[in-house]
Design a protein. Sequence first.
Length: 335
Amino acid sequence: MNSLGKITIPLVRPDLNRADLEQFLQQITAKSLTDITLVNRWEEAWQDIWQRHSVAFADTNELFKNLKKLLNWQSGAEVETSPLLQPIWREALLNSWLTPSRQPLLNDSGQEMWGRQNWITTNSPVLDLIQHNFGLPAQPATGRKHCLEDISAIINPLPTTGFANIQIVALDGNKMVQGGATSLVLSTDQTLISALKKERKHPPAAGVCALGLSQLSRVGDLMGRRQQLADRYLNLYNQNSFTLPPSPKTGRMWEAFIIQLPNQQKRQELQLFLNKAGIGAAPPIWYHIELDQEESCLNRLSDHSLALPLYASLSDAEQKKIINRIHRWVDRDST
């Protein structure tokens, strides 16, 4: 509920069905909260998707502390990250006594702003943590021994992903696949994964694994539905009132659908117009980021952009209402 009335089409809605919930309930009512057989199945499911060895943790803090120990990263070492680094990774880095080294985006194009960063090479960071922002594949960084690739917004491999020697995943209720804050490390280095399993003290709970496995069993349908909804949004009638997000030929995952307005005032006007109709549109950056006057592309993403509802459970009727409402605003704005 907001001051304007009830939001009937939320910005984010977990894509859960009855089968998902039944699998979850079955496990949380069992005698033990941990089932190593389910943990193994959860890890194997990711291995099958990415063709890499995997290990699952209950949280990201233990994941990073163990990586730091096994890869001999020193306390205080800098990690070069995206300006849009997710809070869950920032917290895990800091709790492991690693320092996120925020690097600016280099140019002002929309594609760069939404994920295809060119990275500034420095000698101080011990590794790169590359994040595929909003499901748009980022370019690989070069020149350092270790590169972590956050695939939480990708799920299925794309031609331009999977370049790092280590992939990391963090799943929660706002992700395309729910995983109860579980996290994973994937790598072609079987020795590293085996060592991480020996160090692990807290595997994911059985209920989390059961829920995740149920969703992964239909991940093709979930991602296909998101693509179908995104394709409709990409045909929005806009009369140059806003800019549509990039859709590269090499593909992307539609974790979010974000349009960019000419200025903050226009973004606020469209957001209010949608909210009045019960549509939960909002700026895509819900967490604090440090803005720099020289980084106009990052400032525009923070102030001028608007995320539209996009999830597999969004019905055709709900999306039609959203599209019709946007078209009404465009007609008003262009007159």
